[in-house]
Design a protein around this ligand. Structure first.
Ligand code: TYM
Length: 339
């Protein structure tokens, strides 16, 4: 685990809080799962707020809003199926806690435009999604300000994420610092928590696994779909025959094996390097390992989605706890800003 510089804000003895979130832009995938597994461990040490960030999803899905609600329900089911305990952590939908929007507005007044234009994820989205000028909205540029509001409205001390989110967290700390300098010490500067071993899970084509690259294995994929996708995954390009020595570092199948078989992968990597095993065996074994990991999650998410009342209750309870804390923070924010 890597921790970024920690808070100057002194609150020794106070409870430690975590906020993190995922976008309901579609089903969650293995890259998201690794972050979820980290959350599941942290829920025993911290007071956790696990947000489903539907307003963020609007930045790219503003013309398909009818898909966001059902996706948010599925993300809630995935959170719980992956190990979050709804009694221990607060699971909720961002748009149900309006304080996020108010803080976003206030923080937008103290965030220089230049900071946002420099954020690499903004440039990446603009280029990779081939957005035309009409689709690059004010909201898309302000995405990291809304993310800062999500975190700061709970005065979170730490934020567990994958590596792609680090620029957003750096910006969150800068915004918090600027706010505190202008109006007094309201916010701690949140540390990022990134697990080095799983910071970037590769997709089937070797790029970062992502919903938008069409290279993901989803938590909802059935066993046959997982097998088909693993079969199509990129392997080491210089290993043509089984006896050719492989370079596991260049093979998506070997990389995924390291994540999902952390105790046993070394033997298979060594055999791969020595040309003692081929891609077919690697793919068959990875499929088995992934399906063994995913099967209990698939089962639990199915049960949860078949019981919408319980899911709604978990979300309502999470939302009430989140709102109570967020409204306390907003009282302090308004007072600090003389509003
Ligand atoms: P999102 O929905 O893109 O991703 C959710 C989380 O999954 C991680 N992740 C990955 N980790 C490793 N390998 C991958 N291939 C991979 N793909 C995704 C992401 O790093 C993230 O931790 N901006 C956030 C959502 C957000 C948020 C927040 C996060 C909104 N407000 C406040 C933390 C705190 C995002 O786009 O997540």
């Amino acid at each position: 685990m890597v921790e970024a510089p920690s808070a100057p804000h002194s609150d020794a003895g106070e409870e430690k809080r975590i906020l993190s979130g995922m976008q309901p832009t579609g089903a969650l995938h293995l890259g998201n799962l690794e972050v979820l597994r980290a959350w599941a461990k942290l829920q025993h040490e911290y007071r956790m707020f696990c947000c489903i960030v539907d307003w963020h999803a609007l930045t790219t899905m503003f013309d398909r809003t009818q898909e966001i609600g059902p996706a948010a329900q599925a993300v809630a089911a995935d959170y719980i199926a992956a190990g979050l305990d709804p009694d221990r952590c607060s699971i909720f939908i961002q748009s149900h806690v309006k304080e996020h929007a108010e803080l976003h507005l206030l923080l937008s007044m103290v965030t220089p435009l230049g900071w946002l234009e420099r954020v690499p994820t903004f440039k990446e989205k603009r280029d990779n999604l081939q957005l035309n000028e009409e689709s690059v909205s004010y909201g898309l540029l302000g995405y990291p300000v809304l993310q800062a509001a999500d975190i700061l409205v709970y005065r979170a001390h730490a934020v567990p994420v994958g590596k792609d989110q680090l620029p957003h967290l750096e910006l969150t700390r800068e915004i918090a610092r600027r706010f505190n300098n202008l109006y007094g010490p309201v916010f701690p500067e949140p540390a990022s928590i990134v697990n080095e071993a799983t910071a970037v899970i590769p997709g089937l084509d070797g790029r970062k696994m992502s919903k938008s690259y069409n290279n993901a294995i989803y938590l909802s994929d059935d066993a046959d779909t997982v097998a088909r996708k693993v079969n199509e995954a990129f392997t080491c390009p210089t290993k043509i025959r089984k006896t050719d020595p492989g370079i596991p570092e260049n093979c998506v199948v070997c990389q995924l094996r390291r994540v999902y078989d952390p105790d046993g992968y070394q033997t298979s990597w060594e055999e791969d390097r020595q040309g003692l095993r081929g891609c077919v065996q690697n793919k068959r074994e990875l499929t088995e390992i992934l399906n063994a990991t995913l099967e209990p999650i698939r089962k639990r998410r199915k049960e949860l989605l078949a019981d919408p009342e319980s899911l709604a209750r978990y979300l309502r309870e999470g939302e009430d706890r989140a709102r109570a804390l967020a409204s306390d923070t907003m009282r302090d924010v308004r007072a600090a800003m003389h509003l």
